[in-house]
Design a protein around this ligand. Sequence first.
Ligand SMILES: C[S@@+](CC[C@H](N)C(=O)[O-])C[C@H]1O[C@@H](n2cnc3c(N)ncnc32)[C@H](O)[C@@H]1O
Length: 283
Amino acid sequence: MKLLNLGCGTQFHPDWTNIDFISTGEGVLAHNLLKGIPYPDSFFDGVYHSHLLEHFSKSDGANLINECYRVLKPNGIIRIAIPDLEQIARNYLNNLAGALAKDSEAALNYEWIMLEMYDQTVRNQGGGEMANYLFRKDIPNKSYVFNRIGDEARKLHEVYLRSTLKQTNLVKPTLKLRLKTFIHQSYKTLINKFLYPLNPQGFETLKTNREANRIGKFRLSGEVHQWMYDRYSLSVLLNKYNFRSIKVVSAFESDLPNWESYQLDSKEGIVRKPDSLFMEATK
Ligand SMILES: C[S@@+](CC[C@H](N)C(=O)[O-])C[C@H]1O[C@@H](n2cnc3c(N)ncnc32)[C@H](O)[C@@H]1O
C-alpha cells in the first residue's frame, strides 16, 4: 500500500509518505502544498490529511482536493480530518443561550468556543488568544476545553505549567544572556532617543512596514484557519472533484486497511482531536 499523509506536523508514521512545510522528523518531506502534490498521477492507494484543509483559502483548498484526486489510484481512498464547523456552531448557540440565561458555566464555555471559531482565523501571532487562555495556572472550564480539543490543549497547558516552574527555579541569567539584553537595550535607546527625533515620520513608516511584513509572514506560515467546513460543504467539495462513496466516519473506522494501527486519529482508544469531522471518499 502506498499511503500519503499531507501536512503531517508531528503526527506521522514510517509506513506513510509524510509531507509538511518543514521536515518535522526523519523521512518527513519538506514541501509547500500550495504548489501541488509532488507525485505523479494515480500513485497512492490512500491520501490522508488532518487539520490541514482549513489552513488553505477556499480556492487553494479546492485545488488541494483536486490534487488528492489526481495522485490517488482508481478506487484509492481519501481520508480527511478537519475541525467540524457544525459542532462549533452548535456549541456556540448552546453556550450563548446558556450565557444569556446567566448560567456561569455556559458563559465560560462561550468564551472558549468563540476562540475556536474566531481566534484561529483572525490571530496575527503564534498561538493567539487561545494560547493565552491555556497558558494560565487554572483553567476554569478545563474539562470542557480538554474534551473539545483533546491532547492539544492538555499539552499546551502542560508546557505553560512547566515553564512557570522553571521560572520560579530560575538561577542567575548567564553572561551571554546579560550581554544580549544589554546590546538590545542599547540599540533601543540609540533608536528612540537619538535617531528617532531626526526623522520621526520615516521611523513610523519603518515600524509600520516591519509590522505589516511580520503579520504577512505569520499569516502565510500555515497556522491560521482560512476556511471552515462541515459535513455538507466537505461532501459538496469532494463531489465536485469526482470523489464517490462520500461518508462521515468515526476516528476509528476506515476503508484504509489497519487504520487504527497507524494511530493517526486515535491512540489507545482515545480520539486525538475530538473537535474533528472525519470523512472518507473513494476515487
Ligand atoms: C494544525 S497542523 C496539523 C498537523 C497534523 N496533521 C495533526 O493532525 O496534528 C497543520 C499542519 O499543516 C501544515 N501546513 C499548513 N499549510 C501547509 C502548506 N501549504 N504546505 C505544507 N504544509 C502545510 C503546517 O505546517 C502544520 O504542520
